[in-house]
Every structure is written in C-alpha cells, then in structure tokens.
Design a protein around this ligand. Structure first.
Ligand code: AOS
Ligand code: ZN
Ligand code: ZN
Ligand code: ZN
Length: 426
C-alpha cells in the first residue's frame, strides 16, 4: 500500500478554494498581530514526529486485546503504514523500532523501503521488560537494576546489541525505558537497585557511538506497583548526569502522577540542557497512552509554550527528538495517529503565536491578568489553516483524515494483508 502524490493532489484540488479563503482571513489577522505567518508555516512544515512501530496495530489491556483489521504483521508493513501517515500529513518522517520485536532480516532492503517513503530511523528502543525465548536469564526481578550480576550483564549486552542494530539503520539514539521496580515494600533495596542501574547505564553509555544520544525515560508506576527504579524526571536527570553529556532525560506525557506540572519539568530540563526526547500521548489517569490532545489540549499547549521558549533560549539543549507513544484499543490505529499528529502540530502552532515580548513586559509589570490573556489569545486562535498550508506546501493532504477515508486506505490494507492479521510485538 502506497499513496501516490497524484492521489493526494486530486483530493486537495476539491478543497483548495475553501482553504485559501480561511488561510487568507487568518493570515491577515495574524499579520496585524505582528506574526510572521510564512515563518510559522515553515516551522510547521519542518516539524517531524517519529512514529513507534508498536503503535501501528491495536494495543490492548491486561484484560484483552481486540485486534484491528489489516494490522501490519511484518516490519516491512509497519514501515509502509508510517509511509501512509507521512504521505498524508508530511509530519511523520521517521519510525522508531523496538528490539527484538523489529529485528530486520535484510538491512539494505529495510533501509531502502523506508527511504522510498521518505522515512528515517529515529531512536531504537531496547526491551528488558519481557523475557525472550531462549534467554538464559529472566527479568522477573529486574534487568539493569537486578541484584544478580549475570542478569544485569545480559540486559547491558542487549542494549549494546540494539545500538549495533540501530547503527546499521542510521539511527542516532537509544531509548531506555526500564520496567524495573518492586511490587511490595521490602522486596528490594532502593539504594542497591539505583546504584546497579547507574552502573549498568554507564556501561551502555560507554558503548554509545560518538554521534549518538542515550535517552533515559522515567515513569512512576506500572508494571510494578510499589516502586519503580527510575520513577521521575529527577532520577532520570541524575542518571543522565552520571552517564555524561550524551545522556538525556526523555519525557513521556503519560508518565506523571495526576496534576504534575509537566511544562515546568520541560523548562527545568531545557535550561539545564538535558531534555533529549519526548513521547506524546494524552492521559486522564495514568499511562493511558490515548490520542494526543484528546483530553487536555490546553496542557499540551502550555507544554509547547515551554518547548518553543526553550528552543529559542536554550542553545545548551539539543533539538529534542519528537515521538508519539500511544496505544489504540478501539480506534483504527492510523486514524488515531493522524489525530495525534494534528493535535501536536496545532499545539506547536499556537505556541508559536504567543507574543513572547508582550508576555515579558506583562510579567515585568506583574500584570497577571494580561499574562493569562496573552497565552489564551494564542490558544484560542484557530490555527488549522496554517497546518493546512504547511501540508499543501509539502504536497501532503489538506485534510489527512478525510483523504485517508476517501482513499479507503484501511480497506485497501485489508485487501492486501487479509482481514485477521495480528500485529507483531504486542
Ligand atoms: C512504557 O510505558 C514506555 O512509555 C515506553 O516508552 C514504551 O511505551 C514501551 O517501550 C513500548 O512498549
Ligand atoms: Zn514512552
Ligand atoms: Zn508509557
Ligand atoms: Zn504511555
């Protein structure tokens, strides 16, 4: 399944007049507000978000999984699915693989397939939260933190192997998310577990190529329900500092306890030059992994406001790696990802509209009301015509979801792959 540029063009033609009208209207009012509209559109066109290979099939819960028709069953098919997303949105220019779920057989063929869709390989992810077939040691009681040295060594070696795989694909970063923790008080010695983890991460870091980055993800609970070794940004931050300058903290929006001020975490990490990557999703309760922007779009905007500020003011922080980390239990995964990509771009566009100069003045004058007005003025702007314009410029779909449906992509995938496929790595 591959969407041709020509098909998108035909779809776009029917919608261009309406788009032009709404773009011109918005453009002239933004112009009056002193916004450089062309620049905002260009930034939106440049903004690329990686799609994780594991988000292309239906996810599930511990109670069950309802598979979705025409799910990708192979790495090739996963790449094709991201190709569809990228053709439609122009924003999904990278795929993130999870090892061992996605080990390529023929590297050259895989690289070529990705390139044919205009995709690059983003961070590679290691997996020490499941026992693999024929593995000598078990991760039942932890991996990089395990009190048994042989288990730690196996987990370290796995991460080094993942780096090797990533190198063959052109990836430039390794993301480590550790499930390690304990289920009951007294089960583990917190200090030993933390020190073991630090030691293991340093050994992985030592195997990192010069131009690579190590991203350390944190999460407060799940799958362990009493303690998690890397429970919060502070723990991730101290481990990244212990490893060295190529190690960074990775923020996953669903990995915070309720009401945490995520935007403030973002700003703290950026001012210290340690925000490496980002996993977008949304959440009502915990690591819900729901569609980005579906529950708390204003919070997402406030996070982007800090990201935009940080990208402008913190040269000490590298350009962050953007990724969606979501799971879809009932929606068509591709439609869900299109919605997430749209919400991300929307929040980014709105953050770009915040008048930073005016905000600074209002803050200086302690005009709290005006500060809120400035943020909400940007947030309340309907920026969708800007997104459309960016896509139009890239030859992508004016309305990705509409085009996805009118081109009957899912039906075509079912025809190609069969109705009852099962996604790998779930
Ligand atoms: C787990 O909760 C983390 O969000 C990981 O980033 C990711 O979802 C996992 O590695 C895929 O299973
Ligand atoms: Zn994540
Ligand atoms: Zn997660
Ligand atoms: Zn999540």
């Amino acid at each position: 399944m591959k969407i041709e540029k020509e098909q998108i063009l035909v779809e776009n033609q029917q919608q261009t007049t309406f788009h032009n009208e709404s773009f011109d209207f918005l453009g002239s009012s933004l112009d009056k507000r002193g916004v450089d509209v062309e620049e905002v559109v260009q930034r939106l066109a440049d903004f690329q978000v990686a799609i994780p290979s594991w988000a292309l099939g239906a996810g599930g819960t511990r109670f069950g999984r309802f598979s979705f028709y025409g799910e990708p069953a192979t790495l090739e098919q996963k790449i094709d699915d991201v190709g569809v997303l990228h053709a439609l949105t122009g924003t999904a220019g990278a795929i993130s693989l999870h090892i061992p779920w996605d080990i390529p057989e023929d590297y050259k063929a895989i690289r070529e397939r990705a390139a044919s869709h205009g995709l690059i390989f983003d961070a590679v992810n290691s997996n020490t939260f499941q026992d693999q077939k024929d593995a000598k040691e078990s991760y039942r009681y932890g991996s990089l933190s395990n009190r048994n040295e042989a288990v730690r060594e196996q987990a370290i070696q796995h991460n080094l192997d993942v780096i090797k795989i990533g190198e063959k694909l052109g990836s430039k970063s390794l993301t480590v998310w550790l499930a390690d923790g304990s289920n009951f008080p007294g089960q583990d010695n917190f200090q030993t577990a933390l020190l073991n983890t630090e030691d293991s991460l340093k050994k992985i870091y030592a195997g990192l190529p010069e131009d690579w980055k190590l991203f350390i993800e944190y999460k407060p609970y799940e799958p362990n329900f009493y303690s998690t070794v890397i429970q919060d940004w502070g723990t991730s931050f101290l481990l990244a500092n212990a490893c060295g300058e190529k190690a960074y903290t990775l923020v996953d929006l669903g990995h915070h306890l309720p009401n945490t001020n995520i935007e403030q975490i973002v700003s703290t990490l950026m001012v210290k030059g340690k925000l490496g990557g980002f996993h977008f999703n949304d959440s009502k309760y915990g690591d819900d992994d729901s569609t980005t922007g579906s529950v708390k779009p204003y919070a997402l905007f406030l996070i982007f406001n800090e990201l935009v500020y940080g990208m402008q003011h913190n040269p000490q922080n590298p350009y962050p790696a953007w990724m969606i980390d979501a799971s879809h239990n009932i929606k068509d995964p591709l439609e869900d990802l299109i919605q997430s990509l749209e919400a991300i771009q929307e929040a980014y566009a709105k953050a770009l509209l915040v008048d930073q100069e005016q905000l600074k003045v209002a803050q200086q004058q302690n005009d709290v009301v005006q500060c809120q007005e400035i943020l909400q003025n940007a947030y309340r702007t309907d920026v969708r015509p800007l997104l459309e314009r960016a896509r139009l410029q890239m030859g992508s779909a004016l309305h990705p979801l509409m085009t996805y449906r009118s081109l009957q992509v899912r039906d075509n995938l079912i025809k190609e792959r069969g109705r009852h496929t099962v996604a790998t790595g779930l």
